[in-house]
Design a protein around this ligand. Structure first.
Ligand code: GLY
Length: 403
């Protein structure tokens, strides 16, 4: 009887939040678990903040490996995720200590405004200043985002119609573009709609169009790295495995970036081509024969039985919650329910560390780059960030939830 009441109450809450689900019991269970998940997450991150008191100034925690905390400086691609997670914890808990910490660690990101060394500026800024602007607005956040967008735009060559992901802007031997770059386009879309250069929207669409045309195989799987010919725009010199197992495999986090990035670009542009790409990418992942029952992918779809990548599962879950809002009926329920399955798994002891364990990070079992034998089966700050974002989106909160 108590369970029935819980299901009915949660269903009512889901309907109010506009959720679509074919599995009301799973929805109700996750909804009921949310307060405890956020309480545990808050306690863990208070522990992480305590650890940071003895770390060098102007650094952020990135991972925990071999019993040690590894930190990064503002120009690392992972620098925005810790302050971003602090913003998400503030959003859910409304606790002033998280707001103060989020402000402190967002302020560290100031040097990113002039950075042009790679494409990761969107990751570095939308996570922290983007969420800060939404939750506790300050003019400096807007200025930082605007400057960061202008810096990112410097990596775009109009004849190539692409933002160069890695390497010097003037390199004429190679022009490397990775699928992850879809994630940085949100900064350009934001800037073009909030008083920045309207052309930034064109850059973002060009990048999405080129990625849609060239970064996916016929079965919908994403390639990680393409090397375009900087002397002959449009020509592809080579495909590289990058962080994937092989050039024919599918790196699971890269594939999740694709689902998330095209869902975001559909939100920003309403171009149906981007929705079609997001859907095809989601279908590839959901229906993959090597997708484990709990929905958390192996680090590469071609490596069943090897390490899972909890970050790939968290990114995918957050993306699917949003994607479910852009399709109808059974398809919407399918994406929503898969995301709920993933979030439920991630919030279980199989992935969600007990308070005090895991170096105070939330999720265990992330993989940074297995081919480089780097960050294999460790907690990663971006896994935590997208886990919290997915949970907030499930709760009808969070950044950029449209219904
Ligand atoms: N953008 C780098 C990664 O996902 O590992």
């Amino acid at each position: 009887m108590k369970n029935l009441k819980l299901v009915v109450l949660s269903l009512a809450a889901a309907l109010c939040a506009g959720r679509v689900s074919a599995d009301a019991a799973a929805d109700a269970a996750l909804a009921a678990h949310l307060p405890q998940i956020f309480a545990q997450a808050a306690e863990q991150y208070r522990g992480l903040l305590k650890q940071m008191e003895s770390q060098p100034a102007n650094t952020h925690p990135k991972r925990w490996e071999n019993g040690k905390l590894v930190t990064v400086k503002p120009l690392d691609w992972c620098s925005g995720f810790f302050p971003g997670s602090l913003w998400y914890l503030y959003e859910y808990t409304k606790a002033e200590d998280f707001k103060a910490a989020a402000e402190k660690y967002t302020a560290i990101q100031d040097p990113v405004r002039r950075y042009t060394g790679n494409h990761d500026i969107g990751f570095m800024l939308m996570t922290c200043a983007g969420n800060g602007l939404r939750l506790a607005p300050k003019p400096e956040y807007k200025a930082l985002l605007m400057d960061g967008a202008a810096s990112l735009a410097k990596r775009y060559r109009p004849d190539m119609k692409l933002i160069r992901s890695w390497g010097p802007i003037d390199n004429m031997k190679e022009y490397l573009v990775i699928v992850d770059n879809m994630m940085n386009l949100e900064l350009l879309e934001w800037a073009s709609k909030n008083g920045g250069d309207a052309k930034f929207d064109v850059l973002a669409r060009d990048q999405a169009d080129m990625t849609d045309a060239n970064h996916f195989r016929a079965d919908g799987s994403a390639l990680h790295v393409l090397n375009y010919d900087p002397r002959h725009p449009g020509r592809i010199l080579e495909y590289r495995a990058g962080q994937g197992a092989t050039v024919t495999g599918t790196w699971s986090r890269g594939h999740s970036w694709g689902i998330y990035g095209f869902t975001m670009m559909y939100r920003e542009t309403k171009n149906p081509k981007y929705l079609a790409r997001a859907v095809k990418s989601a279908e590839y992942a959901i229906n993959h024969p090597n997708m484990p029952a709990d929905g958390i992918p192996y680090w590469d779809y071609s490596c069943p039985g090897e390490e899972r990548d909890s970050s790939a599962g968290a990114i995918m879950a957050s993306a699917l919650i949003e994607l479910a809002g852009y399709v109808e009926g059974a398809q919407a329920a399918k994406y929503h329910d898969f995301a709920v399955k993933e979030l439920t798994a991630l919030a279980s002891p199989a992935y969600f560390a007990a308070v005090g364990a895991n170096g105070n990070f939330l999720l265990m079992h992330g993989v940074g780059s297995k081919p480089a034998n780097s960050e294999v089966d460790v907690p990663l700050n971006y896994g935590d960030y997208y886990f919290l974002e997915g949970l907030l989106r499930f709760a009808g909160k969070g950044r950029r939830v449209e219904r």
